[in-house]
Write a protein of this length. Sequence first.
Length: 410
Amino acid sequence: MTKRTRPWGYGHPIDGAQPNWNLHPDTLAVRGGLARSGFNETGEALYLTSGFTYDSAEEAASAFREESEHHLYSRFSNPTVAMFEDRLAAIEGAEACFATGTGMSAMFTSVACLVKAGDRIVAAMSMFSSCFVILNEILPKWGVEIVLVDGNDEADWAKALDQPTAVVFIESPSNPLMQIVDIPMVSRLAHAAGATVIVDNVMASAVMQKPLQLGADVVMYSATKHIDGQGRVLGGAILGTAEYIKTKVKPFARHTGQSMSAFNAWVLLKSLETMSMRVERMNQSALKIAEFLSTQSAVARVSYPLLPSHPGYELAKKQMTGGGSTVGIELAGGQAAAFEFLNRLLVIDISNNLGDSKSLITHPASTTHHRVGPLVREQMGISDSLVRLSVGLESVDDLIIDLTQALAKR
Ligand SMILES: *Cc1c(COP(=O)(O)O)cnc(C)c1O
C-alpha cells in the first residue's frame, strides 16, 4: 500500500504531524507531493505500471464509481505522475494539476476541454507557432471562432472582449520576442466577458511568474523546457482550480489519452527539485548577456524584458521576478548575417529547444515559426534577422566570449 505522506499536496489525507506554517516554494519543490511506499525510500518511487489490481470485484466497482481512491489505469492516473502533479501544484500555488505527454498536449487540452462549436476564443497574436496552429487552424475546423489581438493594446483587448467569450489565451512573455501582456488587465476584461483565462507560462516558468496570483484562471507548461531543463524528456502540465481539473480537464484528457508517462514524471520530479536554482542562474546570465549584446554594433536590437529599452519593461518588473532565460537578438544584416552568426558559434548549439542547461540558439523564421508563413511572422514581429538565444548554465564569461567571437568582423 502506498503510504499517503503528502503533507503539502492538495486534496489528499494527511498522516501524522505536519508543518503548520506556509512552506517556501523551494521547500515544496523538494518535498511537495511525496508519497512514499511501504519501503520508505528517500527518492521518489517510479511506478512503471500500466494497470492496477483490486482485492475484490466490489473494490473494482467502487473504484470506478470514484467512491474510493484507487488508481485505475495509467492513462487516467499513476502514483509517480500524481507525485509530479502534486509537487508542481504546490510550487505554483494551484489547487490541482494534470500532467500531459507534451506541452502541446497541455495547451490543446486546457483549451479544447472548455469549448464547443459556436464558442469564441480571444488570444494575443504573439505566441508559439504550434499554439497558433491549434487556435487558427484546428479549432476553427470544429466551429470555434478565434479572434487575435495585439497583446499590448488595451483598446484592442476591450474591443475583442465586448461580447461573450469562452477562453482567453495569453503567452507572456511570448516566444521568441518576449512580448509582455498585462495579465491583470486582460483577466479583468476577460472575466467580464465570461471567459476562462489561460496563460502559457513556459517562458517565465513558475520561478519567475505566478499567473494565478495575477488574476488568470489556468496556467499551462511545457515541462520539456525549464521543468526538465536538461534536454531529456517531453512533458506538459495544466494547473487550475480543483473543479476545472476534475470536471473539464480530466474527462477530456482521460478519453483522448493526453497522459504523461510514469518514467517522464519520475525524471521531471527530480528536475523540479533544482528548477529554481537553475532558472535563477539562467536569468542572471541572460540579463548579463542582454546588456552585453545591447552594446554591440553588429546587433540592431535586443529583446529582453528587463532591459529598459524593452516595451514591456515596466510591466515585466511588476509581473515577473526575473526576465526569463531567453533573449531575442536582431542582427544588423538580415538572414545572411543571422545564419553566419549561428554558424560561427563554438559553445552555443544551434537547436530549437529552450530552457535547457545547454545554451541553444535558433533562427525562428526558418525553424520554429517557419510553419506560420511570412505574413503571420510579420504580424508577430519575427523578422529574418531575428535569432533567439536560450541561455543555459555554462559560465556566462564563456558565453560572452563565444558571442563576441561570432559577432566579430572578419
Ligand atoms: C515549447 C513550447 C510549447 C510546447 O511544448 P512541447 O513540450 O514542445 O510540446 C508551448 N508553448 C511554448 C511557449 C513553448 O515554448
